[in-house]
Design a protein around this ligand. Sequence first.
Ligand SMILES: Nc1ncnc2c1ncn2[C@@H]1O[C@H](COP(=O)(O)OP(=O)(O)OP(=O)(O)O)[C@@H](O)[C@H]1O
Ligand SMILES: [Mg+2]
Length: 247
Amino acid sequence: MLKINNLHARIQDGAEILKGINLQINPGEVHAIMGPNGAGKSTLASVIAGKEEYEVTDGEILFEGKDIIEDAPEERAHEGIFLSFQYPVEIPGVTVTNFIKAAINENRKAKGLEAMPAKEMLALVKENSEKLNIKRDFLARSLNEGFSGGEKKRNEIFQMMMLNPKLAILDETDSGLDIDALRIVADGVNSFRSEGNAVLLITHYQRLLDYIQPDFVHVLADGKIIKTGDKSLALELEEKGYDWLLN
Ligand SMILES: Nc1ncnc2c1ncn2[C@@H]1O[C@H](COP(=O)(O)OP(=O)(O)OP(=O)(O)O)[C@@H](O)[C@H]1O
Ligand SMILES: [Mg+2]
């Protein structure tokens, strides 16, 4: 589904941050990326999603066999790549539900489809909000306005489930997840994951990986993936830290 070859990227006119990343994600897989602060994890997520503040200087990003480096972030979203915190904006007067309806219909329009019939949309909102234990009054609130950390998280996972991307990238690094938020993310990801999609989960929390069983764990340090393993690697990191991998 996603194949990254020798990816180098930098901040526009700035220092190189990604220094030769190779990564392959197949349908049905969950990959976790861990690594020290400042390693380039969030940058990798942003570069895959196409954020314009970064410039790819070498390598390729193939999504379903097609190089997407020239595609704008919206195009990548339409192709089925979702990045959490892609929509962190506060929009007074636009409710959680209306925002996600608009995003879904945007995606459909890009594919030449009609807007989703209201009945179908309603059923989808119902199904996913029930899965995530989201109350009706939350759906009617203005997007992100005064949301607590946990509510933001819930909304983010709700957006992911509603948009139903092929590849979901979740960057849990800076979000100060408490136990509730951890559960929200874990339950959401577990109910989302299927044979047809894939998840790239960036996290510092070994605990999160107790709830979400990853197929692969990668350690990213100084712009490179320096080690790949299975879930036991996360446990080893928890115990030993990163020092033994760095020199
Ligand atoms: N837009 C930017 N402008 C300036 N420097 C940046 C920018 N984006 C990233 N960097 C720098 O690139 C390096 C990698 O940052 P990045 O956010 O990708 O790290 P990270 O692995 O996600 O760290 P953390 O675990 O703390 O979230 C850091 O030194 C950071 O300061
Ligand atoms: Mg980060």
